[in-house]
Design a binder for this molecule. Structure first.
Ligand code: KIV
Ligand code: ZN
Length: 399
């Protein structure tokens, strides 16, 4: 198998829309709130990166949220700007007011459809929920042409009722239908099946784009999102660094790179400029003060770092031995060979070359022994440590 680092012929692959909800679902998690200015900065990067739809916030939630959604809507150059609203006319009207200045505005309205949410959270009968679906979508359509409807807790909703709601939402004018895995409960096979079955059972399903929205409570948000696409969804809702409620949402960078790297089994294409992924990740981490775990896929500090001697040796012989994508493709300058106790002779020799040293065989063997001793005492050996060690070595040779 060879690695395709280009986008290739788009004609053979179906386009999947990327809906970023970092500024809404992402910001909703404890401690991730952003200021007005920070939200504008994040939105600008998302727009430049090629995100198709930016969910800019929940306008009814606060005056601040309203103003940031409105300003993002005003400034967006390419992306559709969506605002979230409950199935409530005041929510929907406020959302419409915030997004209407966008070149491409969207209202995203939702209501819970699962038995547990309808009974305990909404305290509504299913028939009343169904009517609310019709009323809310109709109201949203009176403001804008682009309306998304979501069945909150969709994966724990009874199938027949879900289909009735989806059919009603499309009839009322919804152009996107989202079936979220609100509590991160589904599995890939189940989610594929759900999308296939709903699209088959609902007579007018071809009139809307179906969307996935996965939470990561069982660590399956990205796998589930891709599985939903296999079932016919063509929009993926996700966040930068996977931030979001509880264990987070599906991570945008993982979805984009999975599709790009494994196009042999995932025959889709996104509009994301992947070389901007690292920049977006760093910005979101900085403005939310949410650190990115070291071993996070794609954007973690170790994602393109190698310490073991065997791996470093392999990487020096051919980069595809231990990397399935290039660091440059996600905006990382280069692979790093981290010097530590697991590093071998080959990597040590390369490091000396990089630092401008050329040692004879005996001096090299001696320096390598001393490097290993140092690495046993220190977790990581930095360039300065190696320089000091070699300078001592050279000094000793001159004494
Ligand atoms: O997780 C969820 O169900 C949501 C909806 C509001 C789309 O975030
Ligand atoms: Zn969510």
């Amino acid at each position: 198998m060879t690695i395709d680092t280009s986008h290739g012929a788009q004609g053979e692959r179906e386009r999947v829309l990327i809906f970023d909800t970092t500024l809404r679902d992402g910001e909703q998690c404890p401690g991730a709130s952003m200021t007005f200015e920070e939200k504008l900065q994040v939105a600008e990067v998302l727009d430049d990166m090629g995100v198709d739809i930016i969910e800019a916030g929940f306008p009814i939630a606060s005056q601040g949220d309203f103003e940031s959604v409105q300003e993002i809507a005003r400034r967006a150059k390419n992306a559709v700007i969506a605002g979230l609203s409950r199935a409530d006319f005041r929510d929907i009207d406020r959302c419409a007011e915030a997004v209407r200045v966008a070149r491409r505005p969207r209202i995203h309205t939702f209501i819970s459809t699962s038995p547990i949410h309808m009974k305990h959270k909404l305290q509504m009968e299913p028939e009343a929920v169904l009517q609310a679906v019709i009323d809310s979508v109709t109201r949203a359509r009176s403001h804008v042409d682009d309306v998304e409807w979501s069945a909150e807790d969709g994966t724990r909703t009874e199938f027949e009722f879900l289909c009735r709601c989806v059919e009603a939402a499309i009839k009322a004018g919804a152009t996107t239908i989202n079936i979220p895995d609100t509590v991160g409960y589904t599995t890939p096979e189940e989610y594929t099946h759900l999308f296939r079955s709903v699209r088959e059972a609902v007579p007018n399903s071809d009139k809307a784009v179906f969307s996935v929205h996965c939470h990561n409570d069982l660590g399956m948000a990205v796998a589930n999102s891709l599985a939903g696409v296999k079932g016919g969804a063509r929009q993926i809702e996700c966040t930068i660094n996977g931030i979001g409620e509880r264990a987070g949402n599906a991570a945008l960078e993982e979805i984009v790179m999975a599709i790009k790297t494994r196009n042999d089994v995932l025959p889709y294409v996104t509009g994301i400029q992947s070389t901007m992924l690292m920049r977006a990740s760093r910005l979101v981490a900085a403005v939310t003060s949410f650190p990115v775990q070291y071993n996070k896929a794609i954007v973690g500090r170790n994602a393109f770092a190698h310490e073991s001697g065997i791996h470093q040796d392999g990487m020096l012989k051919h980069t595809q031995t231990y990397e399935i994508m290039t660091p440059e493709s996600v905006g990382v300058k280069q692979t790093s060979l981290v010097m530590g106790k697991h590093s071998g002779r080959h990597a040590f020799a390369e490091k000396l070359k990089e630092l401008g040293y050329s040692l004879g065989d005996n001096a090299f063997q001696d320096a390598f022994r001393r490097f290993k001793d140092l690495a046993d005492r220190k977790k990581l050996v930095y360039d300065e440590d190696i320089e000091a060690l070699i300078d001592e070595e050279i000094g000793a040779a001159h004494d």
